[in-house]
Each structure stands twice: as structure tokens, then as C-alpha cells.
Design a protein around this ligand. Structure first.
Ligand code: NAD
Ligand code: DAU
Length: 350
């Protein structure tokens, strides 16, 4: 059986990647290595936790001896590395945490993989999940391509750029077969409610104000999370080592327009008079150094590997809202902290 190590598989995107791999590739053993920080939630994977080709390992990518032993014991064929601190606002409060987890954690994994694989790199792949934020910020025109110079501007994006550099350093210095992909903003089920879309859904449900940073003029390019997971699957299986692939939805929205659209959908779903949710919008102090616009040119991935997003934005957004409305337990567990008990209940005795 082929063995793939997914890091950060209990998080938002990682859980969709794990589910996709476990259900599509019964002959592949999928290992999910996650520290279960505040962002890691095993409830995200309830539906696949008993699959015979799935195994959860609680562990920290900062623990090098543990990683070294794990790589030597399991002899993974490949790694898909998503584990990271992922929220820009948190990075502004705690830059060092981001540097340590995202840069040092990635170096540890690179080291463990190259140590385990160095006798013969063939058949192995280290796939690093990066972000479009490494390219910096755009004005109103143009797109990020794979050759756009990196220009990170937040502690989060600086730490992700640092990790990208180390992936390429291991490739150049030791010959480690590696791929990097850089995706735009994801949305969909299981998104932690500190990020824009789930935070707005949660606050509308609870009649709380909707904090729009600055004037709400910043632009993001939104992609449904399952389309990102499909791209990761395709790149892992068909991508060329040594390549960078951009992934994006070609779906740009000004924050305020997106929040207004969410308010409209929520009013309809909750049978409230039109305009009810929008009254909750409150313009608040801007995020320091707030990047104005991200927009991805994903034509390389489309032309070379044939990827296309399958879910259009109206469908994806409605699906997302419906998921949050029918999974209010999940939202309550996450906001109350109760989701952390799940690991104890499920894994304590194993
Ligand atoms: P997330 O915050 O939801 O999940 C991160 C996961 O990593 C969590 O399960 C957490 O427990 C785990 N983790 C954190 N530190 C760890 C450590 N030291 N050891 C082991 N596990 C640890 O993040 P996400 O939004 O799913 O993003 C996943 C990856 O994709 C990140 O690398 C992020 O930079 C990248 N990315 C995210 C987006 C997006 O829109 N969310 C877009 C492009 C790229
Ligand atoms: O572009 C990819 C990146 O997208 C990923 O690498 C990050 O991990 C992910 O968190 C996301 O970063 P953003 O900063 O773009 O996402 P966030 O949901 O935090 O914010 C989206 C936009 O909404 C941004 O312009 C800030 C704004 N915002 C955000 C929050 C949380 C608000 O106006 N109000 C809010 O309360």
C-alpha cells in the first residue's frame, strides 16, 4: 500500500484533503499528523475516522525526534504539508509563533523526509501547501503568476514565504523532490469562525455586529475548499517535481459586497425581512498593513494538468451557509471550546 502523510489534516483545508484521499484511494494509507491546536478539530473527520486506510497521529511538527522516528518507522511515499498557523490577525499579535511553527516546523519535516528518503529519492514527493499571500498585494489590475516575485507583508505571509524558501533550499541542496502550490482564499464547511465568511455567518446567527475592516474595499479571490482539495490531489499525483502551481477561483469580491451578499442569503434562509442582517454591519479599525487585493492566475494548472473549479460561487456560498445552519452543534462546539473533548473521547483509549 502507498503511504501518504498529510500534516494539518484536522484543520479546515486538511480535513477536506484527508477525506478526499481516504475515500478515493482505498489502496493508499493516509496518515493525518496534527497537533490539534485551537484550529484542529477531529469532528471534521468523523465520517472517515473508521476507514481502514485512515490513521490519525497526534503530534507536533516542532518535535524533530518524533518526526524522524515516524518517517523511519512508516516509510512514507509522500508528504502533503498543510500544518501551519493560518490566521493573519493572530500573526499580527504573535509573529514569533508563526515563524516557529511555519518555518521551523517545515524545516523539521523537510529534514525528516530527506533523511528517510536520501538513499533513493525516486518515487517520493514533498508537497508543500503555500498561499497566494506570499506574492504580496495587488492594486486594482493584474494577477499573481508563478513567476511573480514574492513580497510578503504580514508576519503570516512572511512565515509562509520563509517556509517556501526552505522547501526550495532542500530541493536545490539535497535533491529532495518537492512541489509548492499557492492558493487564494478558501471557503466552505468546517472553516474556523475566526475567518471572514464563517465569522459573519456565526455573528448573523447570534445577532452580533459584523466587523468589516476599514471601508470593506479589500478584494479577495474565493475558491470552494473542495476545489482546492481536488487541485491538491491532482498536483500530488500528476504534478512535476520542482514546479510551483497557482490555484485560484477567478472569483474576486470586495469584502463589503461579499458581506452584503451573505446578509441577503441569511435573511432569506432565516425568513427575516430583507435588510435585517445588513443592519448589523459595523465598520471597524482596519487590519494593520491590510493587503488590498489578491488575484490568482491559475492558467498553468489548468493548461498543464487540466484542473478547473467545479463549484461556482453562488452554489458554493449557499452550500456553505446551509452547512453552517445544519451544523450549529459544530459551530457551538468550536466557539465554546467543547470540540477539544472529542479527541479525549475518541482517542484516549486507543
Ligand atoms: P487551519 O488553521 O484551519 O488548520 C491548520 C492545522 O494545522 C490545524 O489542524 C492545526 O492543529 C495544525 N497544526 C498547527 N500547528 C501544528 C503543529 N505544530 N504540528 C502539527 N499540526 C499543527 O488552516 P487552513 O486554513 O486549513 O490552512 C491549511 C494550509 O493551507 C496552511 O498551510 C495555510 O497556510 C494554507 N492556505 C490556506 C488558505 C485558506 O484560505 N485557508 C489558502 C491558501 C493556503
Ligand atoms: O489568500 C489566502 C489566505 O486567505 C490564506 O493563506 C490564509 O490562511 C487565510 O486566513 C486567508 O487570509 P485573509 O486574511 O485573506 O482571510 P480572512 O478571512 O482573515 O480575511 C478576509 C478579508 O476579510 C480580509 O481582507 C480581512 C477582512 N476581514 C476579516 C475578518 C476576520 C474583515 O473585514 N473582518 C473580519 O472580521
Amino acid at each position: 500500500m502507498k503511504k501518504i502523510l498529510v500534516t494539518g489534516g484536522a484543520g479546515f483545508i486538511g480535513s477536506h484533503v484527508v477525506r478526499r484521499l481516504v475515500t478515493r484511494y482505498p489502496d493508499t494509507q493516509v496518515f493525518n499528523l496534527d497537533k490539534l491546536t485551537y484550529a484542529g478539530n477531529l469532528e471534521n473527520l468523523r465520517d472517515v475516522e473508521n476507514y481502514s486506510n485512515y490513521r490519525f497521529i497526534k503530534g507536533d511538527i516542532l518535535d524533530y525526534p518524533f518526526l524522524k522516528e515516524l518517517f523511519h518507522a512508516e516509510r512514507f511515499d509522500g508528504v502533503i504539508h498543510l500544518a501551519a498557523e493560518s490566521h493573519v490577525d493572530r500573526s499580527l499579535e504573535s509573529p514569533a509563533t508563526f515563524a516557529i511553527t511555519n518555518i521551523v516546523g517545515t524545516i523539521n519535516l523537510l529534514q525528516a523526509a530527506s533523511d528517510a528518503w536520501k538513499k533513493d529519492y525516486s518515487g517520493h514527493l514533498f508537497y508543500h501547501i503555500s498561499t497566494d499571500e506570499v506574492y504580496g498585494s495587488l492594486d486594482h489590475g493584474g494577477y499573481f503568476t508563478e513567476t511573480t516575485p514574492v513580497d510578503p507583508r504580514s508576519p503570516y505571509s512572511a512565515s509562509k514565504t520563509g517556509s517556501d524558501h526552505f522547501v526550495w533550499a532542500f530541493r536545490h541542496s539535497y535533491g529532495l523532490p518537492a512541489i509548492i502550490s499557492r492558493c487564494s482564499n478558501n471557503y466552505g464547511p468546517n472553516h474556523f469562525p475566526e475567518k471572514l465568511i464563517p465569522l459573519m455567518i456565526h455573528n448573523i446567527l447570534h445577532g452580533k455586529s459584523l466587523p468589516v475592516y476599514g471601508k470593506g474595499e479589500n478584494v479577495r479571490d474565493w475558491l470552494y475548499v473542495e476545489d482546492h482539495a481536488a487541485a491538491i490531489d491532482l498536483i500530488f499525483h500528476k504534478g512535476k517535481a520542482g514546479q510551483i502551481y497557482n490555484i485560484g477561483g477567478n472569483n474576486e469580491w470586495k469584502n463589503i459586497d461579499l458581506v452584503m451578499l451573505l446578509c441577503k442569503i441569511m435573511d432569506e434562509k432565516l425568513n427575516k425581512p430583507a435588510g435585517t442582517s445588513a443592519k448589523l454591519i459595523s465598520y471597524v479599525t482596519d487590519r494593520p498593513g491590510h493587503d488590498l487585493r489578491y488575484a490568482i492566475d491559475a492558467s498553468k494548472l489548468k493548461s498543464e494538468l487540466g484542473w478547473q473549479p467545479a463549484v461556482d460561487f453562488p452554489t458554493g456560498l449557499e452550500r456553505t451557509v446551509d452547512w453552517y445552519l445544519s451544523n450549529q452543534d459544530w459551530l457551538n462546539h468550536v466557539t465554546s471550546g467543547a470540540y477539544r473533548d472529542y479527541y479525549e473521547r475518541m482517542y484516549h483509549h486507543r
